[in-house]
Design a protein around this ligand. Structure first.
Ligand SMILES: Cc1cc2nc3c(=O)[nH]c(=O)nc-3n(C[C@H](O)[C@H](O)[C@H](O)COP(=O)(O)OP(=O)(O)OC[C@H]3O[C@@H](n4cnc5c(N)ncnc54)[C@H](O)[C@@H]3O)c2cc1C
Length: 309
């Protein structure tokens, strides 16, 4: 199918893009990588009279691992709106600061789609099956939105409003997403089950485990995709307890997750199967994150521990 007619704009500066978007309001859509928007246009599920292409905005084409996040908090990885998933995935400083980004991004579609699709675009698109929505939520990250009337920063907890619905208003451009680096000795992992590699996950789990100097657990959180209308973050420390990480009962966290989450059934899986996946993946992801916190990883294909990059 072909899209409805639209007027195509390709501004050369962020200021011009923001001015156009604010002027056009609900009549315009931002065109970033186009990997989600173009299929919607072609199927006529969206028919905006104007498209504002942000691919010329070199000033938004960056991935920065910074010592201080833009909101004045600690270290963070900041991703500009024109940066592709592949730019984030391959950035050595971003990987060094926050290995979870690459771990999750490897599950986002296929390399060709990651070469075009933007990380900020996937966050604004707010697909409840989108990996980067849950990564942002797990890390308590934020999105900077800009319009001709000024800028505002929205935390992940308020950003994801519903399926394919974010806090970005018509007339606003999301200029960047900030992924804070967790403090202390923290390990992360991303695990998911999809019918084929590169498909949207039937259930996906990002895990974050923090240990103290004696390797006792002081933090255990997980974020989930494809189990609700927005990404869901659960604090699982009570289920795991604050004992030594090596002997923690990570499966207890899985049981808590399965009893807390309320997934729906669809053509891909029953709700019960999704809860089962959430339980199993939570236990495994927390185990891997705890090993990662100690500088060791686990290969879930072989079950062997390995050094993490
Ligand atoms: C076959 C296939 C498989 C996929 N599998 C996955 C997957 O497993 N996991 C996953 O997470 N994603 C997947 N995707 C989606 C992919 O990650 C997209 O790149 C992403 O969802 C949207 O990013 P984009 O840059 O292409 O945005 P676009 O398609 O250009 O835009 C998407 C929406 O966000 C808005 N938007 C984009 N950028 C901004 C901005 N800066 N400010 C304001 N609004 C903005 C647009 O107006 C539009 O409404 C898949 C896509 C395809 C085609």
């Amino acid at each position: 199918m072909k899209p409805s007619p639209f007027t195509y704009h390709r501004p050369g500066t962020t200021e011009a893009a923001v001015g156009l978007l604010t002027e056009l309001g609900t009549d315009a859509k931002v065109l970033a990588g186009g990997q989600s928007l173009v299929p919607l246009l072609n199927m006529r599920l969206a028919a905006p009279p104007h498209l504002v292409d942000i691919n010329q905005l070199q000033e938004l084409n960056y991935v920065r691992a910074t010592g201080t996040s833009p909101d004045g908090a600690g270290p963070a990885v900041v991703v500009g709106a024109a940066a592709r998933h592949a730019d984030v995935e391959r950035d050595p400083a971003a990987h060094q600061a926050l290995p979870l980004l690459r771990r999750a991004l490897r599950h986002v579609a296929h390399p060709t789609i990651r070469n075009r699709g933007t990380t900020v675009g996937s966050i604004v698109h707010a697909d409840p099956a989108g990996e980067m929505t849950a990564v942002l939520a797990l890390l308590d990250g934020s999105v900077e939105l800009r319009s001709a009337n000024g800028s505002r920063r929205v935390g992940a907890a308020d950003f994801f409003v519903g399926p394919l619905e974010s806090a970005a208003e018509p007339g606003e451009l999301a200029v960047s997403a900030t992924f804070p680096v967790p403090p202390g000795q923290t390990g992360t992992a991303w695990l998911e089950v999809a019918r084929r590699h590169g498909d949207y996950a039937v259930c996906g789990v990002g895990a974050l485990v923090t240990v103290d100097a004696d390797h006792r657990v002081v933090g255990a959180r997980a974020a989930y995709i494809s189990v609700d209308t927005t990404p869901v973050v659960l604090d699982l420390l009570d289920a795991v307890g604050t004992g030594p990480a090596d002997t923690a009962d990570w499966s207890a966290a899985g049981r808590l997750a399965a009893s807390t989450l309320r997934p729906d059934a669809d053509i891909h899986a029953t709700a019960e199967y999704r809860r089962h996946l959430a339980a199993v993946l939570t236990g495994r992801a927390l185990t891997a994150a705890a090993l990662d916190a100690r500088g060791r990883g686990v290969n879930h294909h072989t079950g062997e521990t390995e050094e993490t990059a």
